[in-house]
Design a protein around this ligand. Structure first.
Ligand code: PTJ
Length: 252
C-alpha cells in the first residue's frame, strides 16, 4: 500500500511495512512483530529521538568495541530486517564478526537472514548450520547454540533487540554485553554492561559515527559509564514526557 507522505506517522508506518515484508519473506519471526510493537510503545514514551543518555551509552559502547579483542554482533530476525546495512558497516569498521543467533531457530531462517546480510556485503557470517557448534552453559533455548569462533570465544558481544535469557547467560560466561533496547526495564537492559536505550534505527548509524570518531582520535579514553544510572535517567525522561502530555491534555 502507498502510504501518503503527509501521514503524521509516515516514518513509523514505513517501518511497519518493512517488518511485514520481512515476515512474509521469513526473515522475521511472527513474535518479532510483537517485539517491534513493544519497541514502538517505548519509543513513543522516549519522544522518538536519541536522548543525551543514549548518546553517552553509544560513546561508551564505541570505546568498548574498539578496545575488544574478539567482538561479535549478534543478529536476529528483527535486526536483519531493520539494519542490515549498518550491521555490515559495523563489522567492517570495528572490525567485528557477524553471528546469526535466533530464538526461533530454523535452518531455513538462518539461510534467509544470511542471504539478506550478504546482499549488503557481509562475508564470513557465523552461526549458520553446523557452525553453531557450541552451547552457552545454562541456556536451554535454541539461542544457546553459538559459534566457537564467534560468540562462544568473544570478549564483547553486542546484542541489539532481544529478550534477556541470553544476555544474562553471556554475563555469566564473563563477557561484556552491549544491548540496544528501547525498554529500559527489560532483563537484557538491566544485566548488560552498556544499554543503549534507543531505537536500533537511530542508534546503529550513531554508533558507527562514534566508532569512526574514536578511531580518528587514536587516544586512550576511559569513559566512565554507569549502566544503572543511565537506565534510571532514561526512565525519568519517559516519566517526564508522560507528565508533560498529561499537563497538555488537562489544559485543553
Ligand atoms: O529472530 P528471533 O527468532 O531471534 O526472535 C527475536 C525476538 C525479537 C522475537 C525475541 O528476541 C523477542 O521475543 O524479543 P522480546 O522479548 O520481545 O524483546 C525485544 C526487546 O526489544 C523489547 O524490550 C523491545 O522493547 C525492544 N525493541 C523492539 N524494537 C526495537 C527494540 N529496541 C530497539 N529498537 C527497536 N527497533
Amino acid at each position: 500500500m502507498d502510504i501518503p507522505k503527509t501521514h503524521p506517522r509516515y516514518e513509523s508506518l514505513l517501518l511497519r511495512e518493512k517488518i511485514t515484508d520481512c515476515l512474509k519473506e521469513g526473515i522475521i519471526s511472527e513474535t518479532g512483530i510483537a517485539a517491534h510493537g513493544r519497541g514502538e510503545a517505548f519509543d513513543y514514551f522516549l519522544g522518538e529521538k536519541t536522548t543525551r543518555e543514549a548518546d553517552k551509552a553509544i560513546k561508551a559502547a564505541a570505546e568498548l568495541l574498539c578496545k575488544a579483542k574478539n567482538p561479535v554482533v549478534s543478529v536476529n530476525g528483527n535486526i536483519a530486517c531493520l539494519v542490515p546495512k549498518e550491521v555490515v558497516e559495523l563489522s567492517e569498521i570495528v572490525p567485528l564478526k557477524i553471528e546469526i543467533n535466533l530464538f526461533y531457530r530454523t535452518y531455513e531462517r538462518e539461510i534467509k537472514i544470511k542471504k539478506r546480510l550478504e546482499k549488503y556485503g557481509a562475508r564470513n557470517i557465523l552461526g549458520v548450520g553446523n557452525n553453531a557448534n557450541e552451547s552457552i552453559p545454562g541456556l536451554d533455548s535454541l539461542r544457546g547454540k553459538v559459534s566457537r569462533e564467534g560468540i562462544f570465544s568473544s570478549d564483547v558481544v553486542i546484542v541489539p533487540l532481544e529478550d534477556g535469557d541470553r544476555a544474562l547467560a553471556l554475563k555469566k560466561m564473563g563477557k561484556r554485553v552491549i544491548a540496544i533496547d528501547l525498554n529500559p526495564l527489560s532483563r537484557t537492559s538491566l544485566c548488560s554492561d552498556i544499554t543503549i536505550v534507543d531505537n536500533v534505527i537511530r542508534a546503529m548509524p550513531k554508533l558507527i559515527e562514534e566508532i569512526k570518531k574514536f578511531k580518528e582520535k587514536r587516544i586512550e579514553e576511559n569513559l566512565e559509564f554507569e549502566n544503572r544510572e543511565n537506565l534510571k535517567k532514561s526512565i525519568k525522561i519517559m516519566k517526564k514526557n508522560l507528565s508533560n502530555w498529561e499537563v497538555k491534555f488537562s489544559q485543553r
